[in-house]
Design a protein around this ligand. Structure first.
Ligand code: TXA
Ligand code: MG
Length: 321
């Protein structure tokens, strides 16, 4: 049932007023659109969980406008965190740091660390710098579905459920931030993104990829980012076509069209091995494919390193296992 007639616009003042009165607002970031509320106001944050049907066990990232604003939410900022933010902020990097009591448990799902990031989008940075509280914001999609990279995606998925979408155009990075925490002072990557393991290593030295089950991690539910249409992730397109039938099928591929299906049924995610372009196009391509009433979608597995690995991770979580 619709509660709101959702408005989409570019007015920071409207977004600010709504956030100050405890409402949720969709905001643009360089990665994906977020669904934001005052991180210090548990009732406002609760509305995010309701609008997304998000399980209470899945914590939220807190967005701030500058490294200085971290002081309000984090009890200790290790040197490595200062180095990383010095290199990559504002940008698609989230750090897990020990939280101050002031950050309500609903934000961190009761965990002792809070995820923090400084997004690199001019509208949202101005908004954050004009507010006297930080913004808790997960991606602005119904829980488990494809993330939004445009105001239109948010309107399609959450129209009627939120009062306002701050329209900042298409997200340039296109996949969610890299999430890094520290265990015994060692940096650990919990979610891969366009800032890769190599990038983190260049900045800090050694890094390890996280392989455990706790904490509740980082878009790490095995089923996530999923279209309603079944999706197969594979190296062998022909085998999937032979097994499942080859008529009403969409193919997400890269560099060039496949000759196994008509070009009208394909989306080429990127050309000339430009994985940055692939990340930027991924979710729009998935939204588009999911709207075409195919029996199923095939995604060709990307080269599994760097940004390719981050995109494969999203496609794997979106796929039939
Ligand atoms: O790029 C992004 O990070 C986007 C934009 C909007 O900033 N946000 C985003 O939020 O991807 P979300 O909620 O879709 O994914 C955040 C992930 C979740 O999977 C959550 O489990 C993890 O971060 N996370 C948040 N707080 C955490 C914490 N305290 N400890 C461990 N994981 C945490
Ligand atoms: Mg998400």
């Amino acid at each position: 049932m619709s509660q709101y007639s959702t408005i989409s616009g570019t007015d920071i003042a409207t977004a600010k007023l709504l956030l100050e009165s405890g409402q949720v607002v969709a905001i643009p970031t360089e990665t994906v659109y977020g669904l934001a509320a005052n991180a210090f106001d548990s009732d406002a944050v609760y509305k995010i969980f309701q609008a997304k049907s998000r399980p209470a066990s899945n914590p939220l990232i807190v967005h701030v406008g500058s490294v200085d604003q971290l002081q309000g939410i984090v009890s200790h900022v290790p040197d490595a965190a200062i180095r990383l933010f010095g290199f990559f902020a504002p940008g698609p990097l989230t750090l897990l740091l020990p939280k101050k009591d002031r950050v309500p448990d609903i934000v961190t799902a009761g965990l002792p660390r809070v995820a923090v990031r400084i997004p690199a989008h001019p509208l949202t940075l101005s908004l954050l710098q004009s507010l006297d509280f930080p913004l808790a914001a997960p991606s602005a999609n119904p829980s488990g579905y494809i993330s939004p990279t445009s105001a239109q995606h948010v309107m399609q998925m959450l129209g009627g459920k939120i009062p306002y979408i701050l329209d900042g155009g298409e997200c340039k990075t296109g996949i969610e931030s890299t999430i890094v925490g520290f265990e015994n002072e060692q940096p650990v990557i919990y979610r891969q993104g366009t800032i890769t393991k190599d990038d983190i290593e260049k900045c800090l030295g050694s890094t390890s990829l996280y392989h455990g089950v706790t904490p509740v991690a980082p878009g790490s539910h095995t089923s996530h980012y999923s279209p309603h249409t079944p999706l197969y992730l594979t190296h062998d397109i022909e085998a999937v076509l032979n097994h499942n039938g080859d008529k009403n099928v969409g193919l997400l591929t890269y560099n060039e069209y496949s000759d196994l299906l008509p070009e009208s049924q394909q989306i080429v995610l990127y050309t000339s091995d430009n994985l940055t372009q692939g990340a930027a196009n991924l979710y729009a391509a998935l939204h588009d494919m999911d709207s075409r009433q195919y029996a199923y979608i095939i995604a060709k597995k990307l080269p599994d390193h760097g940004i390719g690995a981050a995109i494969n991770d999203r496609l794997w979580r979106a796929s039939i296992k």
